[in-house]
Design a protein around this ligand. Structure first.
Ligand SMILES: [Zn+2]
Length: 439
């Protein structure tokens, strides 16, 4: 095969994508499912997607790979995850603030060592591919070298990734703090070095309001104003003790989100992790400002944080952009399939039954919309980047048995999000190139 041929590939099999938001358009109208689908890819971009019989005439010298008993779909997008915490997943027995002090702030000090950061970044991205996650919005640590290590690793895999240096200038150990000025300067240097290098984007990353002084949040807002193409990522309203602490630290602000709004840190491309205990006025500000939230269900269960309010988040009119996320290391898995299963359980505890279509949407196109990347990733359509995964719908003997009793694609999707894990990832394509293949 010559190089030219290698750039033109086609995948045939059952294909799922989303045309629209199922929370608004309804599940059936939003889904685009082809039982015998064909996806044509040229130099990393999708050029056509449709029913095999209808678009097969567009095949020329494409190398065609056929997948049976599988589901070809957009790669998963994890909208909130801490790569340095990969090594501390499953740390026992604390809620947010104690968990940060006892585990996170100990672990993250190791990332002063660039070699350690590079080693863990490599493990993290290897695991992302194994679970079919092709894009993530990633927290590094306070150390600029932790960002260099991550972006170098992502760059070598040609993955579309967002990441940023954590900003913390109080309420953390000395080894993990910067200052308002040094945090600004280091972040600016990283933006100039990495923003829009290949497929990489920078996120200005204050950890959360309690670990930044007002001066630091003000500097972060000024930095975003100067580099408005950057993302902003932080945490909001995860835990009741945290919320009370924010009220103590910022008594002049009307609520937690208002702290960020005051310093110019809300708006399009700002994404807020958790958003579990928001007041109605906070929901309204998220919607009207175009800000997004990350729902982190396995983390919220693990730390006992609370139940995300799907109904309010996606309420019509004024729905908020929502993406699903693992929040590793408080999250208990990097698998977005398992995260969808966790989201279903969180919904059930709040008397809301999240459908399979809506869950898959939140992990693909919905997540891309939350990150304002839906013109590039998250769905399969002409012009989109070909970050695709192939799910094996029969990845364990038990799932194989269960699948014999599935009535249709939505049944099959629900079984996958309830029962499947990394073993279901059969293949991953990054920008049209095979990047992972299960044995
Ligand atoms: Zn987090």
């Amino acid at each position: 095969m010559n190089d030219e041929n290698k750039q033109r590939i086609a995948l045939r099999g059952p294909v799922l994508s989303f045309r629209d938001d199922p929370f608004i358009a309804g599940d059936a109208a939003a889904m685009h499912y082809e039982a015998d689908g064909l996806v044509l890819i040229d130099h990393g971009l999708v050029t056509a997607f449709g029913d095999y019989q209808q678009i097969r005439t567009q095949l020329s010298d494409h190398v065609v790979t056929e997948y049976k008993n599988a589901l070809i779909m957009p790669g998963f997008i994890d909208t909130h995850v801490h790569y340095p915490q990969t090594e501390m997943m499953g740390s026992y027995g604390k809620q947010l603030i104690d968990w940060l002090n006892q585990y996170t702030f100990v672990t993250e000090q190791r990332y002063a060592d660039p070699a350690h950061a590079a080693m863990v970044a490599d493990v993290f991205l290897r695991e992302c591919l194994r679970v079919g996650t092709t894009t993530a919005s990633v927290y590094c640590t306070v150390h600029p070298a932790s960002v260099d290590a991550f972006f170098n690793a992502a760059q070598s895999r040609k993955m579309r990734m967002i990441a940023g240096k954590v900003l913390m200038d109080r309420n953390a150990p000395a080894g993990l703090t910067d200052t308002a000025q040094s945090g600004y300067d280091d972040s600016e240097a990283l933006i100039q070095k990495w923003q829009h290098t290949g497929r990489l984007s920078y996120a200005i990353t204050p950890r959360f309001a309690p670990s930044s002084t007002p001066a630091q949040l003000e500097a972060a807002g000024a930095l975003w104003k100067r580099y408005p193409n950057s993302h902003v990522q932080t945490h909001v309203s995860e835990n009741l003790h945290e919320i009370a602490w924010v009220k103590d630290l910022y008594p002049e602000r009307s609520n937690y989100l208002d702290v960020y709004a005051h310093y110019g840190l809300t708006g399009p491309k700002a994404i807020f992790g958790h958003a579990v205990h928001l007041e109605e006025s906070e929901w309204q500000h998220l919607a009207s400002s175009g800000s997004a939230v990350s729902h982190c269900p396995s983390s919220n269960g693990f730390l006992g944080s609370g139940l995300f309010n799907f109904l309010r988040a996606k309420q019509n009119p004024n729905p908020v952009r929502v993406g699903l996320a693992t929040d590793v290391g408080a999250g208990t898995t990097l698998s977005m399939l398992q995260t969808m299963g966790a989201a279903y359980k969180i919904g059930q505890l709040g008397h809301y039954s999240l459908s399979a279509a809506k869950a898959f949407y939140l992990a693909t196109r919905g997540a891309a919309q939350a990150l304002y990347l839906d013109d590039k990733i998250g769905s399969i359509a002409p012009g989109m980047e070909a970050d695709l995964i192939v799910l094996d719908l029969h990845s364990t003997p038990l799932i194989d048995f269960r699948m014999q009793h599935c009535a249709g694609i939505e049944d099959a999707m629900f079984v996958q999000m309830t029962m499947a894990d990394d073993r279901a990832t059969q293949a991953v394509y990054i920008a049209g190139q095979l990047a992972y293949q299960r044995d």
